[in-house]
Design a protein around this ligand. Sequence first.
Ligand SMILES: C[C@](O)(CO)[C@H](O)COP(=O)(O)OP(=O)(O)OC[C@H]1O[C@@H](n2ccc(N)nc2=O)[C@H](O)[C@@H]1O
Ligand SMILES: Nc1ncnc2c1ncn2[C@@H]1O[C@H](COP(=O)(O)OP(=O)(O)OP(=O)(O)O)[C@@H](O)[C@H]1O
Length: 297
Amino acid sequence: MPHPEADSASVVTVADPITEIAYAKVNLALHVRRRRDDGFHELESLFVFAEDGDRLSGFATDDGMIALSVDGPFGAGLGNGAGNLVSEAAIKLQAFLGERRGAKLHLFKSLPVASGIGGGSADAAAALRLLVRLWDASVDQIVLERLALELGSDVPACLRSVTQRVTGRGEGLEACAIEGLSERPMLLVNPGVAVPTGPVFAVWDRKDRGALVAERFDELVEMGRNDLENPAIALAPVISDVLARLRSQAGVRLARMSGSGATCFALFDDAAQRDAATTNIRAAHPDWWTMATRIKG
Ligand SMILES: C[C@](O)(CO)[C@H](O)COP(=O)(O)OP(=O)(O)OC[C@H]1O[C@@H](n2ccc(N)nc2=O)[C@H](O)[C@@H]1O
Ligand SMILES: Nc1ncnc2c1ncn2[C@@H]1O[C@H](COP(=O)(O)OP(=O)(O)OP(=O)(O)O)[C@@H](O)[C@H]1O
């Protein structure tokens, strides 16, 4: 981002900007148990985070305004106004704190939008983390998680951005360690179709297929599911092609869809096999988005 001194005259506080990474979220398993009366669904999910994601930078200002600029590969088309979850998060935290200071923020958007890897949720969570630092605010973690949930079901889990078991609508958070996940090579592939979350849940067939048992990696592979995979495929059939392409690559231990799609992931033992798979998929589908990364430890 440009240095603050080179920027608008309204900026009073001049300091080096600080940055938070909005780590991409991946649901290694997502079991949908039931639809609640309020329309949300009770979930059991194992969340992990990639080592990479969007980047949110900023500095505090004394003018009380929240200013946001956006660029990056997926920045075009994403507004920087009230609808952006970064602005919404900032305004919510500002209101809660009665904060008179503002912030000048810049989002570098690397993650595709409405893609099942929680880009918007991760950005909102990164904004809360960044502003707590910028404003040197003391906010109880439970309070911050409540504000996060008001911004979206995935935002509380994204606040922590660690491997965790998530239940309820997204508010039940329990950090968990499954041997062999940390730093495991991971490939994310999105076929370029935006899939909004609400309509995917709406076509779920309401069949409870059972609890998520995932204490070990092999249980996650054998007994884990993503119950939104078929509903999402019904809306975006190309997701089947992505899964088939991933599953045909050498060294894949697990390939599944994340969240409500359309992004799918593959886990490998070996980074060289992940890189070979990335090269193959990019060659066969140059229009698909790929991210070769690892599970954040
Ligand atoms: C599919 C997941 O990404 C899995 O991690 C999340 O459950 C969705 O999280 P999110 O994108 O933060 O979702 P929200 O912005 O809270 O909700 C978007 C829409 O998804 C549906 N929704 C979301 C979460 C949930 N537990 N049940 C739902 O039915 C609702 O129709 C809601 O209106
Ligand atoms: N900063 C942002 N980045 C991405 N999307 C945003 C942002 N702000 C608002 N949105 C809106 O939020 C919606 C969901 O975006 P997001 O990328 O989080 O969905 P998702 O990846 O499908 O999430 P999930 O994994 O929870 O299904 C989009 O319709 C988008 O327009």
